[in-house]
Design a protein around this ligand. Structure first.
Ligand code: NAD
Length: 358
């Protein structure tokens, strides 16, 4: 079973051509359910047959079932091996642990892949941005080891291991090879955190040696990286980062190409893959048919590639891009007035027209 993170074929196994693809669909909360419905409709119009297994998680489930992430959700993902999820709200500073982080850690979804590409026709400050962010998804400050030290101090423990760092670096290099990319940049703060970030950097260097002559390697300190990305994003290709820097730099990179509404992602492990947008549940827009479903739809495109449905992935991506380039049916964040469902309607109708023989 391969875990090579090909954008052209991300699947870790379990797909049967010719049969309906079973996919766990987690609608999430906030804007999640509207975006999930829009995305499901577009994927259903892609020509691929899906068998959707809808599973709820998050705050509403906590009240009913005593946990925000019931075992049945994990079982469904492990059985189907592929899931797509809307964002799930995490209480700030108190309450239950992030369902998103728990999912990634429990299922060993160690690689968070976030391609960041300019969309032709979408007016932004930058053109031709084409970056891929590979974020370590299981450790670092997200290990959740925190404690109070008396009433007026608190400590969070940052975990970095050689095994997880080498694994994510290998994922980034394998992705680069498989997708014709030229360079991997490791991002860190090893000048200050000499032991933890130092180990991350050392692990990336060790792995880079195996790809010498095929993929270029360099490293950048995270603060400098942020400045470089806003000044000259075209110099960068694949970035590999520990968990927290990966989270922050992903949002920064999303801003280069039109914002969180257009930034897709995939969480990949050896046993399963969960596709989700970079953005969160944007509670202030919940239930208003207002949020942009592009990011989740493009996560659906990554899902199609992952299950080997290359042609369908290209069709869906092309129609999403066409509707955005046309500019008539886009959501508020892209300068339009269309609702979430109008945007989905426009894409579904283009996919259906393309599928109808002339
Ligand atoms: P957010 O990404 O939800 O929203 C920030 C802002 O970005 C929104 O107010 C909105 O202006 C814009 N935005 C986000 N998605 C958009 C979309 N699809 N269309 C148009 N505009 C969009 O970030 P936040 O407000 O920091 O987080 C809200 C909640 O989401 C928190 O509880 C957080 O923990 C959670 N969260 C979940 C995930 C996940 O499920 N993987 C990821 C990030 C944040």
């Amino acid at each position: 079973m391969s875990t090579i993170p090909l954008e052209s074929r991300l699947r870790p196994g379990g797909y049967n051509p010719g049969m309906a693809q079973a996919v766990t669909l987690i609608p999430g909360d906030g804007i999640g359910p509207e975006l999930a419905e829009a995305t499901r409709r577009v994927l259903d119009a892609s020509g691929v047959k899906f068998d959707w297994h809808v599973e709820e998680a998050g705050d509403a489930v906590l009240a009913r079932e005593g946990t925000p992430l019931p075992q049945r959700v994990l079982d469904s993902i492990l059985k189907n091996k592929v899931a797509i999820k809307g964002p799930i709200t995490t209480p700030v500073g108190e309450g239950f642990r992030s369902v998103n982080v728990s999912l990634r850690q429990t299922l060993g979804l160690y690689a968070n892949l976030r391609p960041v590409r300019s969309i032709p026709g979408l007016k932004t400050r930058y053109e031709n941005v084409d970056l891929v962010i590979v974020r370590e998804n299981t450790e670092d400050l997200y290990a959740g080891i925190e404690h109070k030290v008396g009433p007026d101090a608190a400590e969070s423990i940052k975990i970095i291991t050689r095994a997880a760092s080498e694994r994510i670096a290998r994922f980034a290099f394998d992705y680069a090879v498989a997708n014709g990319r030229r360079k991997v940049t490791a991002v860190h703060k090893a000048n200050i955190m000499k032991l933890s970030d130092g180990l991350f950097l050392e692990s990336c260097r060790t792995v880079a040696a195996d790809y010498e002559g095929r993929i270029e390697f360099e490293d950048r300190i995270v603060d400098n990286m942020c400045m470089q990305l806003v000044q000259k994003p075209e110099l960068y290709d694949v970035l590999v980062l520990p968990n927290l820097y990966g989270d922050i730099v992903s949002d920064l990179a999303a801003g280069l190409v039109g914002g969180l509404g257009v930034a897709p992602g995939a969480n990949i492990g050896t046993e399963a893959a969960v596709f989700e947008a970079v953005h969160g549940s944007a509670p202030k827009y919940a239930g208003q048919n207002k949020a942009n479903p592009t990011a989740l739809m493009l996560s659906g495109v990554l899902l199609l590639r992952h299950i080997g449905e290359q042609a369908a992935a290209e069709r869906v991506e092309a129609e999403i891009r066409a509707v955005i380039a046309e500019g008539r049916t886009v959501t508020y964040d892209l300068g339009g007035t269309a609702g979430t469902s109008d945007f989905a309607d426009a894409i579904v109708s283009r996919l259906e027209q393309a599928a109808t023989p002339a």
